[in-house]
Design a protein around this ligand. Structure first.
Ligand code: ATP
Ligand code: MG
Length: 178
């Protein structure tokens, strides 16, 4: 089974992928492909690389060819069509995500952009555009529980995690009012 693991920065993709690596999955980090193959030319106002998405998709799919149990992780996975059986989107409660991103010392505007993406379900909506089967897990709490949930999804017993069950409407209204 080949899985795209995506979500807004700070939602825990890399941390979870390491845990899945220990369970025997090969892990592909999209960031490492971007670095290794120099798939960017410019950086944005915050110094983040502007990635050549077409080349990244081509390269990731080339690496995926012939692989069996494999996790491809990165926030950009939601914005392209990887040859994966399903996509799993990591979702984190906005107040917890904000705390994690503040610990990274993100500039305020970059932090707000990422918070908006989480509040507006950006990675879920984009994953639904690009993958046939999309699931969501909530990564605000125990990572061990998240890994068990992913194993359930992989075994075909995770229908309750089908995309659409995470909803930050209450948090969004609060954010709009403040
Ligand atoms: N349930 C959880 N699942 C995943 N990470 C968690 C969880 N609870 C706490 N964390 C912590 O949240 C942080 C998530 O950081 P991580 O680098 O994995 O995010 P990321 O989604 O890969 O971000 P980026 O897109 O910037 O690479 C880690 O410090 C991790 O230990
Ligand atoms: Mg990461």
């Amino acid at each position: 089974m080949r899985i795209a693991l995506t979500g807004v920065p700070g939602t825990g993709k890399t941390a979870i992928s390491y845990a899945l690596g220990k369970k025997g999955f090969e892990v592909i980090h999209l960031n490492e492909i971007v670095e290794g193959k120099k798939l960017w030319k410019e950086v944005d106002e915050f110094g983040s690389k502007i990635v050549n998405m077409r080349k990244l998709q081509l390269e990731a799919n080339r690496i995926l060819r012939g692989k069996r149990n494999c996790i491809v992780e990165g926030h950009l996975a939601c914005d392209m069509k990887l040859k994966c059986d399903l996509a799993i989107v990591c979702r984190t409660k906005p107040e917890i995500l904000e705390r994690r991103l503040r610990e990274r010392d993100y500039p305020e505007r970059k932090l707000n952009g990422n918070m908006l993406c989480e509040l507006l379900d950006y990675c879920t909506i984009r994953s639904l555009d690009n993958y046939k089967k999309v699931y969501e897990i909530e990564t605000s709490g125990s990572m061990k529980k998240n890994v068990e949930e992913i194993m359930k999804i992989i075994r075909g017993r995770g229908e309750r995690f089908r995309a659409g069950w995470v909803n930050w409407g209450k948090e969004l209204r609060k954010a709009v009012r403040s």
